[in-house]
Design a protein around this ligand. Sequence first.
Ligand code: SF4
Ligand code: SF4
Length: 355
Amino acid sequence: MRSPGEKVFLIFFFPTVIGFYLIYKYPLWFVAADEVESSFYWLGKSTSFWYNTVYSGLVCFISARVILSNKTPYGKNKQAPLSSYQKKKFTSIFFAQLIFFYLIPFYLPYLFNDKNFFQDTYAPLNKNAYVYVYNGFTSLSGFLYVFIVVPISVWFLGKRYCSWFCACGNLAEAIGVTKLGNKWVTQHTPRGQTSLKLEKLQYAFLVFAIFFGLLLFFDTWKIVTAPNLVQSVREVQDFAVDLMFGALIGVGAYPLLGTRIWCRYGCPLAGGMRLFGKFSKSRFKVVANKGCKGLNLCSTQCPMGIDVASYAHENKVPTQGSFGLQNSPCIGCGGCVDICPVKALSFQKVLNPTP
Ligand code: SF4
Ligand code: SF4
């Protein structure tokens, strides 16, 4: 049940997120090109700059608050101390967001100057607080990020990359520990087998991103040029993937579908990571011990819709099961571990993984 205050909030939340996103991404939808600067630039800074300022500000503010409070952000017992795992996670989120997704893009912008994509005059250079796979084919920074940074971090940290580092994941983690955001996670995250099966949709986004990236790459370097095809695919990417799925559903629908909807069904990087992660050096799993009391708090806290409790107990009898990257989309956020009042769950390293 949503309270009246929450309903009022929701009425404003969706249009605000979308309105802000549209101005940032498509200012030409609102005013003519020569008016963009006078209409949307503030203190001489682009829409892109302000979008990322609000985005990163929110992530850093919430993360800093969690770290400084030194109290767990999960569950009802807010007086319990912050675990060292969560302290490390929110510290990583704070610095990753501030340095990699804010300071570097705006203070070393030439690194993000996409040869083919970011040459517009209204939103120069860095357009995104997130990186899609296709950027890896079209810019130096995208290449370094997608093909070097992400694989290295997945190799050493497993899919914790998604809860410790990624800009989209940073927002999801930060919002997910606010009072309202946690309600969205626990009450509105789609769960069950069907929603897990639907995650295969990610591979379609991955194939599309690689196709689009290669197309841009061949076009940029004049190996094969097909301007009409590039334009059409770009429109599909911009409208269907970026706007409709990435922003509208991926962030705008947090209150309706939980905070990880994009991560579960849309993110092409996650699709790649899932494949690559099976071979990585540092895989981890969530392990249940004999202490489980069948409270099911872990399942309700999981933003990825995993039925964590089914590994920990059957009819409230502990089963001491475990799961990891090989059989689940777990991102290692640690919410399930931290919310458990009887400490029935913990992370364990998977040694010598055999793919
Ligand atoms: S699933 Fe994709 S968008 Fe979500 S945190 Fe992971 S890499 Fe980022
Ligand atoms: S299973 Fe636990 S650690 Fe993994 S994503 Fe869900 S809540 Fe986070």
